[in-house]
Design a protein around this ligand. Structure first.
Ligand code: BT5
Length: 284
């Protein structure tokens, strides 16, 4: 497969069609983590829409301080600084929708540029088939002059060679190039991603979440599946994923249904690790 051309500021700027996202772009050949870099910029009052991109991350992070495998010159690792004044009565739901909406925007960008279907696993994994092709890490903070901010970090496996992934994720991860059979232009993908994200952010700020919730439910392959949810307190819950609430939570009903006629317990999850169970694991 042809090599992936390097990212350059000129190329990114010449394809970018956004208003605010990417007005300032910092491009690193190598950094510990684009989220960490964006955090420092935010704390020195960098403006809304600042984007940090790296060709390689040496300490790329997932949720709960897990590692994000970030080999050089083949994938996308980027973080976006978001400063939005959201009324306090909407803040909690806005924060819940932010990563979900980002997953939608990223899925749409990959579908447009690579011509392949991408699904979303609640809350914010991007899947091709059942394999993970991208992930999202949102973080919040406060800076001295400009106040609170959010950072949206996005990692997408674009042109990496899947066979070179570390053994622990080789089976569960994939790349766009592996799935499509061709090299993807990362500059086009980044520009499209920022455009989709900007449109979703604008919508999220102005309206209620109905349209985004509808679009998310349509893309979310977790719904209708029997899942095992691992919660932050170390407990696990197996159930049928029924719907996504208007606050972005995942509603699951206990599975198997308890014998003896008592109704299944239901849970509303706001954060969890979800495994989609195979039919052979569910007794269905
Ligand atoms: C995520 O966490 O999926 C969020 C990943 C966010 C990465 C971006 S890159 C730019 C920005 N800067 C950062 O430092 N981070 C963000 P989580 O749901 O916790 O999934 C992490 C798990 O995914 C790991 O424990 C591995 O099992 C798996 N994993 C690690 N690297 C992967 C990769 N490149 N592709 C697919 N799966 C991976």
């Amino acid at each position: 497969m042809p090599v992936s051309p390097p990212l350059t500021l000129d190329a990114i700027r010449s394809t970018l069609a956004t208003q605010a996202l990417g007005r300032r772009i910092e491009l690193f050949q190598r950094t510990a983590s684009t989220n960490r870099e964006t955090f420092s910029l935010a704390q020195s009052d960098a403006e809304h829409g600042t984007v940090v991109v790296a060709e390689e991350q040496t300490e790329g992070r997932g949720r709960l301080a897990r590692t994000w495998f970030s080999p050089p010159a083949v994938n996308l690792y980027c973080s976006i600084l978001v400063r939005r004044s959201i009324p306090s009565d909407r803040l909690t739901s806005w924060l819940s929708w932010l990563p979900l909406m980002t997953a939608l925007a990223a899925a749409k960008a990959v579908e447009t540029i690579a011509g392949i279907m991408v699904a979303v696993k609640w809350p914010n994994d991007l899947l091709i088939g059942e394999r993970k092709v991208g992930g999202i890490l949102c973080q919040s903070g406060t800076s001295p002059q400009l106040g609170s901010f959010q950072i949206i970090g996005i990692g997408i496996n674009v042109n990496a060679d899947r066979s070179k992934f570390p053994p622990d994720i080789r089976d569960s991860a994939t790349t766009i190039a592996h799935e499509t059979g061709h090299t993807i232009d990362r500059t086009q993908l980044l520009s499209r991603l920022l455009l989709e994200l900007e449109q979703c952010l604008d919508e999220l700020a102005l309206t209620n979440y109905d349209r985004i919730a509808l679009a998310y439910r349509a893309k979310c392959v977790t719904l209708g599946k029997i899942v095992r949810a691992s919660l932050a307190d170390g407990t696990e819950f197996t159930g049928l994923a029924q719907t996504i609430g208007s606050d972005g939570s995942l509603h699951i009903a206990q599975w198997p249904i308890p014998s003896g006629g008592s109704p299944p317990q239901t849970r509303q999850l706001y954060a969890a690790d979800i495994v989609h169970l195979r039919p052979s694991q569910t007794g269905r």
